[in-house]
Design a protein around this ligand. Structure first.
Ligand code: NAD
Length: 351
């Protein structure tokens, strides 16, 4: 059996209990994983006075693969989001969030299988903001010829040709690899003609290199309505950072909520797998929140490692437990603790 070294970040809030569950479930699968546990988030602030110690980045760079529990973003402390910093510092430019309905999950829809591919390093997330009345804000306001009020705070939205080309190529290669038929690029290019306009322009050019994959464009406001009305028409969605963040939560809602929404962040060198949801701190220690999202993220990780059969075995066990609907967490209409749901999944794996 091949052995894999994987960096493991427990995270905050409900993260540690979910990560323990994933470790336990994966230990019943025919795959050998050596977890290298590192600390980030609140625990790291207490111990090292930073939420993202250098040792975390070093571990991920060395192992190339990480599984991460959700990390709380401290409010009004001066610390930036670890999640955003991790993506930027490791250049994890592609965020992938598969949203698919599993039989047994109560949703208003019955045929959704969408993959949201979000650019992860640019756009308003680059963290360049200017305070009201700062020299930079004043300069930009002067350039704007009175379009911006003098007391405005300002955020910068960079979209580059380089950043767009690599995410577009990633999306088309993903479509090829997973036999997907259509890519819909989504922006607000009618208003942000230069930034979002560039995103569309580059996506169109990349699309020409993949004639076997259908390519279309939507404006993000219209996209929201279409997704609510007829999500079955969509396959892969390709978006800049901010729209991608919002639309991926919308898509998670289409398929049953954050409890069942997995995700991953890919760079050219490494990948970090994590659920879409956050640390849900109000449920911390209650063993209440659904482990499916993180387990499906681990399934995605197994596929990435080339362990396709093992990944399928894990997904089938999860799907069976959800379909039966007997031992599932509150969000799926049950009253099981998350470790009880995990034990039921283990029973399916070993049966
Ligand atoms: P959240 O996703 O943590 O929780 C919002 C609500 O969604 C919860 O109260 C719960 O009702 C539901 N939910 C979340 N996960 C669930 C699960 N596994 N099963 C069932 N229900 C679930 O969002 P939030 O409260 O806005 O954020 C809490 C913290 O997490 C914030 O500090 C935020 O910055 C951080 N966050 C981290 C990540 C990440 O680590 N990637 C992502 C999003 C938010």
């Amino acid at each position: 059996m091949k052995k894999y070294n994987v960096t493991l970040i427990s995270g905050d809030g409900t993260g540690p209990e979910l990560v323990e569950i994933v470790k336990k479930v994966l230990s019943y699968l025919p795959v050998e994983i050596k977890w290298e546990e590192v600390e980030a988030g609140e625990i790291a602030i207490k111990k090292y006075n930073t939420p993202l110690p250098e040792s975390v980045l070093e571990s991920i760079k060395k192992n190339k693969v990480a599984l991460k529990g959700p990390i709380t973003t401290p409010v009004a402390t001066g610390f930036r989001s670890v999640n955003v910093a991790l993506r930027q510092q490791l250049d994890l430019y592609a965020c992938v969030r598969p949203c698919k309905i599993y039989t047994g999950v109560k949703t208003k829809y019955d045929n959704v299988d969408i993959v949201v591919i979000r650019e992860n390093t640019e756009d308003l997330y680059c963290g360049v903001e200017f305070e009201p009345q700062s020299e930079q804000a004043k300069y930009i306001i002067a350039q704007s010829k009175n379009k911006i009020r003098p007391d405005a705070a300002i955020s910068i939205k960079p979209i580059s040709a380089f950043g767009t080309e690599r995410i577009a190529k990633f999306a088309f290669e993903y479509a090829k690899k997973y036999n997907r038929k259509k890519i819909t690029a989504v922006t607000k290019a009618n208003i942000m003609k230069l930034t979002d306009g560039l995103f569309f322009e580059i996506c169109r050019k990349v699309a020409q290199q993949y004639p076997e994959i259908e390519y279309e464009e939507r404006l993000v406001d219209n996209m929201c309505m279409q997704l609510v009305q007829k999500p079955e028409l969509y396959d892969i969605l390709l978006l800049p950072n901010l729209y991608g963040d919002i639309i991926s939560d919308l898509c998670a809602g289409l398929v049953g909520g954050l409890g069942v929404a997995p995700g991953a962040n890919f760079g050219d060198e490494c990948a970090v797998f994590e659920a879409v949801h956050g640390s849900a701190p109000k449920y911390a220690g209650m063993n209440k929140v659904n482990p499916t999202a993180l387990l499906l993220s681990a399934k995605f990780m197994l596929e990435y490692l080339g362990e396709t059969e093992v990944a399928t075995k894990l997904e089938s066990a999860i799907a069976e437990v959800i379909k039966e609907g007997k031992v599932v967490t509150y969000d799926l209409g049950g009253n099981a603790k998350n470790y009880e749901m995990a034990d039921e999944i283990i029973k399916k794996i070993i049966s």
